[in-house]
Design a protein around this ligand. Sequence first.
Ligand code: COA
Length: 331
Amino acid sequence: MTTLNASEGARFARILSLGAAVPSRVVDNAEMCTYIDSSDEWIQQRTGIVERRWVGEGEDAESLAMDAATTALERAGLMASDIDVVIVSTVSQFVQTPGLAPILAAKLGTDGAAAFDISAACAGFSYGLAQAESLVRSGAARHALVIGVETLSKVTDLTDRSTAFLFADGAGAAVVGPSDTNGFGPVVWGSDGHQADVIYMTQTLQEVAESGTPSWLHMKGQPVFRWATGFISEAAKRCLTAAGLTPDQLDVFAPHQANNRITDSMLRHLKLPETVKVARTVKHYGNNSAASIPMALDAMLASGEAKSGDTALIIGFGAGLVYAGQVIVLP
Ligand SMILES: CC(C)(COP(=O)(O)OP(=O)(O)OC[C@H]1O[C@@H](n2cnc3c(N)ncnc32)[C@H](O)[C@@H]1OP(=O)(O)O)[C@@H](O)C(=O)NCCC(=O)NCCS
């Protein structure tokens, strides 16, 4: 029998750098209440959101992703040509093909890096990191660029008072590369397609073409809330156990920024000590799906709340339903 060569990768991988792009348009709750029948008080009390960021003049998913990725590359001290694979997570790209990843790979100046999009909604960044880590450790790539980018404002139905106040735009990026020490605990991930109908686009592309009306991102808030505070809290606990950490060994908790009440509920479940720094960027950024975790980590590092070398528990969850989480070492 013929024996094939197998790729050989690094023993360990870690995140070498992060970058983020915060869209310029600030939409506060007062403006939101000109679109929907609501109040600043209700939105803050139910979600913790004070304002959200939407793309402004001259900004789109591509420009946000480019900004975040360029910053991450600079911080890693790498050239675009050092990147072997670009993984983009998004659910608000407006064409099914080509993917955004090959376009970004070319614009960034990679040397024809492998590039693909993934659709894992608000879990997309953690899904992308899990793949990047595996690719680096298998030897399929030396450096991987993971980008979470969304322009959910473009798929938000501003007449729907049950969702309009949540969704937002943004981008975050991470460069993953080889390391002498381990920068990733085992990924804990999964899906529940039986709940595919709780977060979904209201029309297929075919229906959009036939009806001439847009397709919106719709969500049944309560089942998502129950799933996130129950099953996902438990999954977050499994991430810690899988990494071999006890709660007191954790420095940072950065769950998907969906809603502060979900974060609070997870905190109670995980029994994290008060020393753990908790991401709360939903307050000023809103829920920007695949971009929320890297943007939260980037903001916490920038403010000094988190520091290089900290252990951080991240977990994303959303449409599918899908989820993924892992403990990471911050760059
Ligand atoms: C969306 C969410 C904030 C809604 O909160 P809720 O408490 O479930 O709200 P409900 O739909 O049960 O409505 C409760 C009341 O608020 C009212 N209400 C709904 N939307 C409102 C709004 N925008 N402004 C003011 N009142 C509103 C309802 O009419 C209802 O009033 P009633 O009690 O008089 O009938 C909540 O379900 C949630 O956080 N879900 C998780 C969503 C999420 O984060 N998803 C992201 C995962 S990726």
